[in-house]
Design a protein around this ligand. Structure first.
Ligand SMILES: *Cc1c(COP(=O)(O)O)cnc(C)c1O
Length: 363
């Protein structure tokens, strides 16, 4: 049995008729950018997260850098972020000229909240929390810290659509929540798409203006903005998927509960669950000190895996200018050497799950 790490086609065929009907409707409407599908999606996604406003954008990276731009965070400012994130989180900070200040992760792969305070300087303007792999971070401590030090709080929710801490949705704890709807995300479009959510009226207005060349009224430009508009086709297709997000999340949770129950191997560490937090299982990430050996073993048995992520941002070529070296963040580097995402997708059959479990247990 051949098993790929992800199967986006399964997610499409699950609701094929609804997606195709919507696509044809939008194509025939004659209106393709910023229209009624985008308006409706923004309302529906805001309602889903419990935030007051949602502004559709062109990607998750845009959501991040536009968030910091409208918060006025740039050159000379520092933003605290976990070191073991996807590099887009860091680019969201540095595109504006601000400096990322890295913090090591906790055992749940999220920022270690106990190590934030020691990194705060008089240049620190914000904390960027990444709910990595779909599990909510320790928001009690982080919200308290940002309040105490009067810092902005931005959440990277590209992997955490629907994940909660103490029953509250990720993305609504701070000033701005940033979402990606890249096709492989839990709420995926059929191309690039993103959004920010916020409870702040002024920030919502600023984002709305910024995404459309800085104009509120056509050809009246208030600021130098960007073209980061969500298109009607993606918004319409996202609305279809959003209607099913609860069942899609439950399906992922069922698969992962089974993995947690049935996977059993002394060389494989399973993901840990945080108290008071839920996870929407963007990825099921194991840790294995013998990772290369495991990958090869799985390859021979036609099970595909992905490493999220093999090179931490501080060691990537793009950030050589920050001056870090191997050993700067030992926990992050250890994770980069050990993490492995095993197959997980909506529409994964029980036979496929069983095959993955049996093969892993016989490693
Ligand atoms: C996917 C992702 C992004 C970037 O989203 P794009 O839509 O690909 O630009 C940012 N942060 C994290 C944690 C992600 O997983």
């Amino acid at each position: 049995m051949k098993i790929m790490p992800n199967r986006l086609d399964r997610g499409f065929y699950k609701y094929q008729e609804e997606f195709e009907t919507k696509a044809i409707d939008v194509l025939r409407s004659g209106w393709y950018v910023l229209g009624k599908e985008v308006d409706a999606f923004e309302k529906e996604f805001a309602a889903y997260t419990g935030a007051k406003h949602c502004i559709g954008l062109a990607s998750g990276l845009d959501a991040l850098w536009i968030a910091f731009r409208i918060l006025g965070i740039g050159k000379g400012d520092e933003v605290i972020v976990q070191a073991n994130t996807y590099i887009a989180s860091v680019m969201g900070i540095t595109i504006n000229g601000a400096t990322p200040v890295f913090v090591e992760p906790d055992e749940y792969n999220n920022i270690d909240a106990t190590k934030i305070e020691e990194k705060i300087t008089d240049k620190t303007k914000a904390v960027l929390v990444v709910h990595l792999y779909g599990q909510a971070s320790n928001m009690d401590s982080i919200v308290a810290l940002t309040k105490k030090h009067n810092l902005r709080l931005v959440e990277d929710c590209a992997q955490s659509h629907g994940a909660c801490f103490n029953g509250q949705m990720t993305g609504t704890f701070g000033d701005i929540g940033c979402f990606s709807f890249y096709p492989s995300k839990n709420l995926g479009a059929f191309g690039d798409a993103g959004a920010i959510v916020t409870n702040n009226d002024k920030l919502a207005e600023d984002a709305r203006i910024f995404r459309n060349y800085g104009s509120e009224k056509r050809y009246h430009n208030k600021v130098v903005g960007a073209n980061s508009r969500l298109d009607e086709l993606q918004a319409g297709l996202l609305r279809v998927r959003l209607r099913h997000i609860k069942e899609l999340t439950i399906e992922r949770q069922k698969i992962c509960e089974r993995y947690l129950r049935e996977l059993n191997h002394n060389k494989i560490e399973l993901p840990l669950l945080r108290d008071n937090a839920t996870t929407v299982w963007h990825q099921f990430v194991i840790h294995c000190a013998k990772r290369q050996c495991l990958i090869e073993y799985l390859n021979v048995r036609e099970i595909g895996t992905i490493i999220h992520y093999p090179i931490p941002p501080h060691l990537s070529e793009a950030y050589a200018y920050l001056g870090y070296k191997k050993g700067s963040f030992p926990i992050t580097e250890k994770y980069a050497d050990e993490v492995l995402s095993i197959p997980l997708y909506n529409g994964m059959t029980e036979e496929e799950q069983s095959y993955v479990i049996n093969v892993l247990n016989e490693f």
